[in-house]
Design a protein around this ligand. Structure first.
Ligand code: AMP
Ligand code: ZN
Length: 402
C-alpha cells in the first residue's frame, strides 16, 4: 500500500490490510497530529485500509512545520546536522559546503595564507586536525602533514596509524617526528622525571617541534586544528585568572617572528560538533578516545561550563570568543617587547640562554645546562615562550608554590 506523507512530500510503501492505527504506529506518527485521507474521505484510526489503497497522511499542527524532521537551510532536503547557534540545519552536501565556507572565511579574514604558501598541518589523529587537513586539501592548498609521536601507549600508536592511513589514502606527504627517537624521551617519562606537569611538557614539546619542523623543511606557516570550543574554553580559563599575557597571545594568527614560523587556527569559527560531523560525513577515521594522561582536565571543565550556557542560550560560546577577537583582543595587545635570540644549544629562538624545550629535555635526561635558575625566572621565561595552545592551568598545575 502506498502512503503519501507531507512536509516534506514523500511516498512510502507499507503493508495494507490492517487498521490505520497500526499503519501510523509503524511510521511513528502520533494519530492526534494528522489527518488520514483516502480519496475524499477521512479515516479514523479504527478504519481498515486495503493493500490497493492510496492514503495521504497530512499533518494538522499549524505554526511552522509540523514535521519534526528539520530541513536544510539551503536546499530544503532533509537535514542531517543542526547548528543551533546559527538557527540552521543542513543536509550532508550543504553542511560540507558550510564548513568549507567557514574555513575560507577564517583564512581570508586573518590573511592566514595564500594559495602559493606551503602549509604544514599539525595532525594529531583527532577529528579536528584531520578535518582541517581534509578541508585544506579539498580547497586546493599546498599542505603537508606533521605528526609528532608522543609515546603515550596505545593512544599514540593508534593516532599515528590513523594519520598515516589518512595521508596514504589522499597521497599527501606526512612528516613524522618522534619524541623518543629524536629527542630521547617520551611524554609519560617526562611527566615523571621533570618538574613540569605532563601536560606542560607535552604542550611545550608540540610547540617546539611544530616550529622546528616548519623551519627545517621551509614551510611558511603551521596550521593547527583548534576549534571554537577549544578557544572559548581557553579564553574562559585565561580570563578567570586574568592571565593577560596569555590572553594577548590567544589569536587565530600569530605572525612569524625572528626564528618563529607563522601559526594559524583556521577552524576557530567551527564548533567541536561541526568538526566531528564533518569528519564523520567525510568518512575520516579518527581517534575518538582522549589522551589517557590528562588527569582532572581543567579545560574539559571549562568546555562543560560553556556547553551548559550554550544549551540554554545558543550562541553564547561563539559570542564570547568571536566578540573577544573583534572587540577585546586589541585591548590586550602585547605590551612586553621580548627580544629573542638563538638558544645556545639548539638555535631555536628563546628569551634566555637556553630555550624552554632544551631546559626541560636536559632536566628529564639528567643533564646539566648552564646555571640553575630560580623558579620565578623559569616561570617568567615559560610565560614569555608560551603560545596559546596550552591552557595556563595545565602549566601551573606543575606544583606552583601558592
Ligand atoms: P591539543 O594540544 O591536543 O589540544 O591539540 C591541538 C592541536 O595541536 C591539534 O588540533 C593538532 O593540530 C595539533 N596536535 C596535537 N597533538 C599533535 C600531535 N601528536 N602531532 C601533531 N599535531 C598535534
Ligand atoms: Zn633549545
Amino acid at each position: 500500500m502506498k502512503v503519501r506523507l507531507r512536509n516534506p512530500d514523500q511516498e512510502v510503501e507499507v503493508a495494507g490490510g490492517r487498521k490505520v492505527h497500526d499503519v501510523l504506529g509503524e511510521l511513528g506518527i502520533n494519530p492526534d497530529t494528522v489527518l488520514v485521507i483516502r480519496e475524499r474521505e477521512l479515516l479514523t484510526r479504527e478504519d481498515r485500509v486495503a493493500e490497493a489503497d492510496l492514503i495521504e497522511i497530512r499533518p494538522v499542527i499549524s505554526g511552522g512545520s509540523s514535521d519534526n524532521r528539520m530541513k536544510c537551510r539551503r536546499c530544503k532536503a532533509p537535514a542531517v546536522v543542526e547548528i543551533r547557534r546559527h538557527n540552521a540545519a543542513f543536509c550532508r552536501d550543504c553542511f560540507l559546503r558550510h564548513v568549507h565556507e567557514q574555513v575560507k572565511r577564517a583564512i581570508a579574514h586573518y590573511d592566514m595564507f595564500e594559495p602559493r604558501d606551503r602549509v604544514l598541518v599539525a595532525v594529531s589523529g583527532g577529528k579536528d586536525s584531520l578535518a582541517l587537513w581534509d578541508v585544506l586539501l579539498e580547497l586546493g592548498y599546498r599542505t603537508d602533514g606533521l605528526y609528532l609521536g608522543l609515546g603515550i601507549e596505545e593512544y599514540s600508536t593508534r593516532s599515528g596509524d590513523l594519520v598515516r592511513a589518512f595521508a596514504r589514502e589522499r597521497r599527501a606527504d606526512l612528516i613524522e617526528v618522534d619524541l623518543e627517537r629524536d629527542f630521547g624521551f617520551d611524554v609519560p617519562t617526562a611527566g615523571k622525571r621533570g618538574s613540569r606537569s605532563t601536560c606542560a611538557v607535552c604542550g611545550l614539546s608540540k610547540r617546539y617541534v611544530f616550529n622546528k619542523a616548519a623551519r627545517d623543511h621551509g614551510y611558511d606557516v603551521v596550521a593547527t586544528g583548534h576549534n571554537l570550543d577549544d578557544e572559548a574554553a581557553t579564553l574562559l580559563g585565561n580570563t578567570l585568572r586574568w592571565q593577560t599575557d596569555y590572553i594577548a597571545r590567544q589569536f587565530p594568527v600569530l605572525p612569524a617572528e625572528e626564528g618563529l614560523a607563522r601559526k594559524v587556527k583556521p577552524l576557530y569559527r567551527l564548533s567541536e560538533l561541526e568538526t566531528a560531523a564533518y569528519a564523520f560525513l567525510r568518512g575520516i577515521d579518527y581517534v575518538v578516545e582522549e589522551c589517557p594522561l590528562v588527569a582532572g582536565n581543567t579545560q574539559l571543565r571549562y568546555k562543560e561550563a560553556m556547553n551548559q550556557l550554550e544549551a540554554t542560550s545558543p550562541g553564547t560560546k561563539s559570542q564570547f570568543f568571536l566578540s573577544y577577537l573583534d572587540r577585546a583582543a586589541p585591548l590586550f595587545a602585547r605590551q612586553d617587547d621580548v627580544t629573542l635570540a638563538p638558544c645556545e644549544r639548539c638555535a631555536q629562538p628563546t628569551t634566555g640562554r637556553f630555550c624552554a624545550f632544551c631546559r626541560a629535555q636536559a632536566q628529564i635526561l639528567g643533564e646539566r645546562l648552564g646555571e640553575p635558575r630560580s623558579f620565578e625566572d623559569e616561570e617568567r621565561q615559560l610565560v614569555a615562550e608560551s603560545a596559546d595552545e596550552v591552557l595556563p592551568a595545565e602549566i601551573y598545575a606543575a606544583g606552583r608554590p601558592s
